[in-house]
Design a protein around this ligand. Structure first.
Ligand code: GDP
Length: 190
């Protein structure tokens, strides 16, 4: 796939507005600030196609990116403690609405900060994907922030912390060093 051809397609604030699933979709999801925009830019080989921002409460939208015959779907970051109730409801509606539609989802990349145990929202998302038999892999972000001992310890811990953790593919990633980016691209090519 030629990642230089990736273009921003559209942002959606309500699931009813989502355009039809008319091509294979690769989905990226995770907690706010997990490093999703940074990793997407790294995968797309672009400096700032996906917005990189640690600003809390930025408007949550589902963003579609198009590359030829396929689409990348950037779901809004979840789990901001300070988010207002109404915004939280809209987020739930948006994500739930996306997954509730019949879409051609090929794989979901669930991003989790490698330094910390998964949040309850991360676990809810993983359980949902397992329950709905949606193929997914876990991308462990900010791997550059851990030394070798910490990495080994966190990898072993994640296998226990997620349900069926031993069976989930987990890939350490870093948008600082580029670690994991080729592995993600290989999964997409497959
Ligand atoms: P998003 O909210 O999930 O889209 O997260 P961002 O991509 O905006 O990143 C949140 C913060 O984490 C920013 O300050 C990034 O510079 C930082 N960050 C993201 N990815 C990495 C990484 O792989 N390594 C390190 N050290 N920092 C990262």
């Amino acid at each position: 796939m030629n990642y230089h051809l990736v273009v921003f397609e559209k942002a959606f604030g309500l699931s009813q507005q989502l355009s039809d699933s008319d091509c294979p979709e690769f989905v990226f999801t995770g907690r706010s600030n997990v490093g999703k925009s940074s990793l997407l830019n790294k995968i797309f080989n672009r400096r700032s196609l996906a917005r990189v921002s640690s600003m809390p409460g930025k408007t949550a939208t589902i963003n579609f990116y198009r590359a030829g015959e396929v689409r990348f779907v950037d779901l809004p970051g979840y789990g901001f403690a300070k988010v207002a109730k109404g915004e939280r409801r809209r987020w739930d509606e948006l994500i739930g609405g996306y997954f509730g539609q019949s879409r051609d989802i090929r794989i979901v990349f669930l991003l989790v900060d490698m330094r910390h145990p998964p949040s309850s929202d991360d676990l809810t998302m993983a359980d949902y994907l397992i329950d709905t038999e949606t193929p997914f892999v876990v991308l462990l972000t900010k791997a550059d922030k851990l030394n070798k001992t910490q990495r080994t310890a966190r990898l072993a811990a994640f296998a226990q912390e997620f349900s069926c953790g031993e069976e989930i593919t987990m890939i350490p990633c870093s948008s600082e060093t580029g670690e994991g980016v080729d592995a993600v691209r290989e999964i997409i090519e497959d």
